[in-house]
Write a protein that binds this ligand. Structure first.
Ligand SMILES: NC(=O)C1=CN([C@@H]2O[C@H](COP(=O)(O)OP(=O)(O)OC[C@H]3O[C@@H](n4cnc5c(N)ncnc54)[C@H](O)[C@@H]3O)[C@@H](O)[C@H]2O)[C@@H](O)CC1
Ligand SMILES: [K+]
Length: 511
């Protein structure tokens, strides 16, 4: 599903109004009717007080229409106009009049007004600012926002949490609504998925407000949200007349004394994801444990007992997953550098493999074509240097991926895969997966997908989605805390089955 920028949303809005020959207030009425229907379906006339805080732009206009509809259906409402500017939008003014016509008179909150009392049992509708926010809210508006956040009431934000800009991190982190639920119009917004801004969105859902499908289809979005619908077409079915050679030979290189488990997790995940053959290359000390832990995996060892010091491969694998538990010893870094120079097979590079690259930037030019890098935030920072905010991070990361022609997997609550000038935002996964070895499993899985012939970008997108899905299945069975990397691995098969099962079973695109 495409993620639009604020400008693209305004363009789609304008196009719809022109093509469908409707006026802008009709579109606002449509949008607010969807809000009303959502609320009404859940409250069914419950006698709860709904306090609506409405700005003076079109987000506030949506709030005005919603207030009218709630009033007409007998709900107990209080409407506040947050009077932060005298530049009121046309449709706000129109709907303020329409509200007065049904005998609802909002109070106006100005700089010197007392803040209204909000009970924890109230429902707050937040329609102060929408996607039009382009500068910091005034201090008193910020205070009102803090007051709403402190109320413990359920806060339903219209379109986006007020105070959250669409293209940067907030000016003041406490002057943003902490939304219990966001009902967002038509398309998801990138801010919902980034660590600094996603924290204001507890849950979100899209409302189809009828923007024209022609413009939605033809708009080229930089970012896409990846759900089951996007994953299913990437799937490569296994053929009846195939054999283990059809699905590639993966090599997993990593481990050091005390960290052989990382290789075990990665190679097991690689096999379980469907790689035809898997060979590992580890220091001598890993031989026994790997042979006994995973009988399906073939084991090659370094001449060094505790660390990788010289990588000699007796065959050319289809793909190499490298870096888990490998350490950053000088001899290891040298062996890794030589492998990069000699090897043409694509690589999936993780953990200390990335740290070695960060310490030896000259090696970056030797990364084989079609390779994938899977940094977590700290590893990314070592590669890119510091960034100002999440948007700056994405720009820097995109430039890095372009310069080195790699697929970059930025791991996080919503992992983002960057390639060329496009980004893909994952929707699966949960906080239980923030656990030792989870990244090793992901590296193994992506390696296994490349081995089977998935293009690197598809391998990364599919692998990340499947990894999160396997983690979600684990969490649903035993809770977040008990999710362990080895169990994520066990759920890979179930994950595949869920992706391939009929659509009514799952729709994970909700936030
Ligand atoms: N584009 C669409 O698809 C539709 C948009 N609608 C609503 O329209 C919203 C956007 O409306 P607007 O563009 O009027 O913008 P907002 O209502 O988000 O903001 C109000 C206006 O205040 C000004 N402003 C920005 N930052 C300010 C600040 N810190 N202090 C004081 N004034 C500030 C700006 O001029 C801005 O246009 C959407 O979020 C959505 O809720 C809906 O009416 C339905 C259709
Ligand atoms: K809002």
């Amino acid at each position: 599903m495409k993620i639009f920028s604020a400008q693209q949303i305004y363009d789609a809005d304008k196009f719809t109004i022109e093509k469908q020959q409707i006026s802008s207030d009709v579109l606002m009425e449509q949008a607010a009717t969807k809000l009303f229907e959502w609320i009404h379906a859940r409250l069914r006339g419950t006698k709860v007080q709904i306090q609506l805080f409405c700005g003076i732009g079109n987000n506030g206009g949506d709030g005005m229409v919603l207030a009218r509809l709630l009033h007409e259906h007998g709900y107990t409402i209080k409407v506040h106009v947050v009077n932060y500017s005298d530049k009121r939008s046309k449709d706000f003014l129109l709907n303020l009049e329409r509200l007065k016509e049904v005998k609802v008179w909002p109070d106006f909150i100005n700089e010197d007004s007392d803040l209204p009392e909000i009970s924890p049992n109230d429902i707050v509708v937040d329609a102060i600012f929408g996607i039009g926010l382009n500068r910091p809210p005034d201090g008193w508006v910020g205070n009102l926002i803090q007051h709403i956040n402190a109320s413990q009431a359920f806060v339903l934000s219209v379109d986006v949490p007020s105070g959250l800009p669409m293209d940067r991190s907030p000016w003041n982190p406490v002057h943003v609504i902490e939304a219990s639920y966001v009902l967002s119009f038509q398309v998801p917004k990138l801010v919902f998925f980034l660590p600094e801004t996603g924290v204001y969105v507890n849950e979100w859902e899209l409302l189809d407000i009828g923007l024209d499908t022609e413009i939605l289809d033809r708009t080229d979005a930089t970012y896409q949200l990846v759900g089951r619908q996007e994953i299913l077409p990437l799937y490569r079915p296994r053929l009846k007349f195939s054999h283990k050679g059809t699905y590639g030979h993966s090599m997993i290189i990593g481990g050091s004394y005390g960290k052989i488990g990382a290789v075990q997790l990665a190679s097991n995940a690689c096999l379980t994801t469907g790689s035809g053959l898997v060979t590992v290359f580890v220091p001598e000390c890993g031989y026994q444990s790997l042979q006994s832990a995973i009988p399906e995996v073939m084991v090659l060892t370094d001449e060094d007992e505790r660390n990788i010091s010289k990588i000699t491969l007796p065959f050319v694998p289809d793909v190499i997953g490298i870096g888990m538990g490998i350490g950053t010893e000088e001899k290891t870094a040298k062996a890794f550098g030589n492998l990069l120079k000699e090897m043409k097979a694509p690589m999936v590079i993780d953990a200390d493999g990335l740290n070695i690259l960060a310490k030896n930037p000259k090696m970056l030019k030797d990364i084989p074509k079609n390779s994938i890098l899977t940094p977590h935030p700290k590893e990314l920072e070592r590669l890119l240097g510091k960034w100002n905010d999440d948007f700056d991070k994405l720009e820097k990361a995109k430039a890095f991926a372009l310069q080195h022609d790699v697929v970059l997997v930025i791991k996080g609550a919503h992992t983002i895969i960057l390639y060329g000038d496009k980004g893909f935002v994952n929707t699966t996964g949960n906080p239980g997966m923030a656990t030792a070895g989870s990244g090793d499993v992901l590296t193994g899985m992506i390696t296994g997908m490349v081995a089977q012939g998935y293009e690197p970008l598809h391998a990364a997108i599919f692998g990340v989605y499947l990894h999160g899905l396997a983690g979600d299945i684990c969490a649903s069975q035993q809770g977040y805390e008990a999710v362990k990397a080895s169990e994520i691995c066990k759920m890979i098969g179930r994950g595949f089955m869920e992706i391939l099962s009929p659509p009514e079973v799952e729709d994970r695109e909700k936030g």
